[in-house]
Ligand binder design. Structure first.
Ligand SMILES: Cc1cc2nc3c(=O)[nH]c(=O)nc-3n(C[C@H](O)[C@H](O)[C@H](O)COP(=O)(O)O)c2cc1C
Ligand code: SF4
Length: 628
């Protein structure tokens, strides 16, 4: 105690003594006070030392009271309760307390991460990584985190918790109130609890005022940018998913912004997204929307599909073809039956397969199969394929759709790109298939039934959609919608009208309310003539003259020019009942010099529409071109 304080105490004691008429009991009281005062002040000075070092955000804020920080209390959820954040909004506004304890991080030198940071190299590949779940997702240890000021997130988290408990899982799911139950964020978001196969489900509101989540987000951001620690500390989690609650009417520009930030930062820290971010407006959608998200989450967990996982950066940088816009490539050749005789062959195909050795177009052990699947195609049956294109992925992430949205209102996340024939009769220079699909002028393979192809294509497509749930930015709403395909682009690779049962296949699509855009290469006049209803019928016009077509398309047919012209006649006559389109893919130096000849072809075919596309060099097609 300082001398000034001592003098003051004596002066007060003397004054009391005099005012009380000089009673000794009063004098003794003064003395007692003098003796115990130093003992009161001592803990205060100790407490000061416990305060965390001032960080950049605490300057204008009241400092945290750490008096009870290290005293453990058990909460209703069984978690360890330490420091409490403000409970009510008014409390949070007035006190602006920080909810979580901040201690210096323990930094372990990690040679790999230091070297990686030094070299500034990316550790993840640009192409998608499919991670399979060795342990069933439902055998994970689920931690359901929530933060809540007015109760909506707490209610929603409890619902999710309940539905997981109802599944009677191997490991009991735990509910964690981030505002009450977590003392040290490091224990959950740098280190993780000592439990195998952890899955974090996080239910978070958004507040544009001060709220406990501010500190949490600041912590995640700091961690993600802390060069001293492992760049991906959360990759040891089996996965995570965030459900955001907000109010889009009152905060349209900040709708669920804190949930979105959490989702992004968790991904940045290496955690795998096992289900897309949910964004629920509690004002207009409420609990039923939460229930919908929860149901989808549980179904996905049950499915246990592998996840396509990519970090934001690599995804942004991904250079992928604009799929759906090419027809052909090169590989094996051979002629058993001319394609013009295919009609007969179709009806006889079953009989033939029993009488002579008809092979499968693509067998599972063939290099073609391996190459196609490596590129992301799902081979359906033995001659069909399906693949989700970059626009479907983009639309799933709430971004743009392909030009068909602008032109025809087709939403890319509802679009399936498929082909019933992987084989083609051209080897176009701008095709990006790298010689991976078979070519030929004749159908000489086993024929799969259209039911098998449609079912298999939808199954393969939905499987790939499911895998997209790990990709940053995928919206839960669009993800949900994507399981009802509404459009089919028959233009993936190969020649769709090569497939003997194309008409039946188209009928089946339409019966399922799936519209069809079919692109053919103008090399199969008989099949074109026999084609029934398509929503939109495309013919690729890759060059305006015979000479240029040979160079650009490298056709297998010797009478390729005559075939093209016959197809145009058919378009103008037999097929004029439906909407027809010329597709021009223009490649500078190959097919752009003779506009007049293009006009002549247009006059011959009289298509309803002409679509002109450019080509972008990407160094990957057989001619060094790719379509954009
Ligand atoms: C003061 C205040 C600020 C809010 N700010 C936002 C906001 O920026 N973005 C948003 O989407 N919702 C905002 N909301 C809406 C809440 O996030 C929404 O009501 C949420 O359901 C609350 O969850 P809780 O009850 O778990 O705290 C705000 C609500 C209040 C009262
Ligand atoms: S039509 Fe479908 S497949 Fe083709 S680019 Fe658009 S979304 Fe992709």
């Amino acid at each position: 105690m300082s001398s000034i304080t001592t003098t003051a105490v004596f002066a007060i004691a003397a004054l009391i003594y005099l005012l009380s008429g000089g009673r000794w009991s009063i004098a003794l009281l003064g003395l007692t006070l003098f003796l115990i005062l130093p003992n009161i002040s001592t803990p205060q000075s100790e407490h000061k030392e416990l305060k965390p070092s001032k960080d950049h955000k605490s300057e204008n804020k009241q400092e945290i009271d750490f008096t009870n920080t290290f005293k453990e209390q058990k909460t209703t959820t069984g978690a360890v309760l330490l420091n409490r954040p403000p409970k009510s909004l008014s409390e949070s506004k007035s006190k602006t307390l920080k909810p979580f304890k901040r201690l210096p991080k323990v930094v372990k030198a990690n040679k790999e991460s230091i070297l990686r940071k030094k070299a500034n190299t990316k550790t993840r590949s640009v192409s998608p990584v499919y991670t399979s779940n060795a342990t069933p997702l439902l055998d994970s240890n689920f931690l359901i985190f929530y933060s809540s000021l007015t109760g909506a997130s707490e209610r929603s988290a409890k619902k999710i918790h309940e539905s997981l408990v109802e599944l009677d899982l191997k490991n009991k799911p735990q509910l964690i109130n981030m505002d009450d139950d977590i003392d040290d964020l490091d224990n959950y978001f740098i280190q993780t609890p000592d439990l195998p196969n952890l899955v974090y489900i996080m239910v978070l509101p958004s507040y544009d005022t001060d709220s406990p989540l501010d500190y949490f987000l600041e912590f995640l951001d700091d961690t993600a940018n802390d060069f001293r620690i492992d760049k991906y500390p959360l990759r040891k989690l089996t996965g995570f998913s965030v459900l955001g609650l907000g109010d889009t009417e009152s905060w349209p520009n900040k709708f669920c912004y804190q949930a979105k930030m959490t989702d992004r930062l968790m991904g940045k820290l290496g955690a795998r997204r096992i289900f897309p971010l949910g964004e629920v407006c509690m004002k207009s959608e409420g609990d039923s929307k939460v229930e919908e998200w929860n149901k989808m989450l549980i179904e996905t967990l049950k499915d246990n599909e592998p996840i396509m996982f990519e970090d934001q950066e690599s995804y942004e940088n991904e250079e992928e073809e604009e799929a759906g816009e090419g027809d052909s490539n090169l590989s094996d050749e051979g002629t058993l039956v001319d394609v013009e005789d295919m009609g007969k062959m179709i009806s006889d195909s079953k009989t033939e397969s029993t009488t002579r050795d008809v092979k499968k177009m693509v067998t599972k052990d063939s290099p073609t199969y391996k190459s196609l699947t490596k590129q992301g195609y799902t081979v359906v049956g033995s001659h069909s394929g399906v693949k989700i294109c970059r626009w479907t992925k983009s639309a799933l992430r709430g971004r743009g759709s392909c030009y068909k949205f602008a032109f025809y209102g087709i939403r890319s996340h509802l679009c399936m790109e498929a082909t019933p024939s992987l084989s083609c009769s051209n080897k176009c220079v701008f095709c990006w298939r790298h010689g991976t699909n078979p070519v030929g002028t004749t159908w000489r393979w086993e024929v799969d039934e259209p039911e098998v192809i449609l079912e298999g294509a939808l199954e393969g497509h939905y499987k790939k959609i499911k895998q997209m749930r790990g990709v940053p930015g995928v919206s839960a709403d669009r993800f949900n919608e994507a399981f009802t395909v509404r459009h089919c682009a028959l233009s993936l690779v190969g020649e769709p009208i090569f497939y003997p049962h194309i008409n039946k296949f188209l009928q089946m699509l339409h019966a399922k309310h799936i519209s069809s855009f079919l692109v053919c290469n103008a090399q199969h006049p008989d099949q074109l003539r026999a084609l029934n209803k398509v929503t939109q019928l495309y013919v690729s016009i890759d060059a305006p003259t015979k000479e240029e077509l040979k160079v650009v398309d490298r056709p297998l047919f010797r009478d390729y020019w005559e075939r093209l012209n016959s197809c145009l006649d058919i378009l103008r006559t037999v097929q004029s009942h439906q909407r027809t389109v010329f597709r021009l893919t223009l490649v500078k130096g190959f097919n752009m010099s003779d506009a007049k000849s293009y006009a002549d072809l247009v006059a011959k075919g009289l298509p309803s529409l002409i679509e002109i596309k450019g080509a972008t060099f990407c160094g990957s097609s057989s001619g060094g071109w790719n379509m954009a």
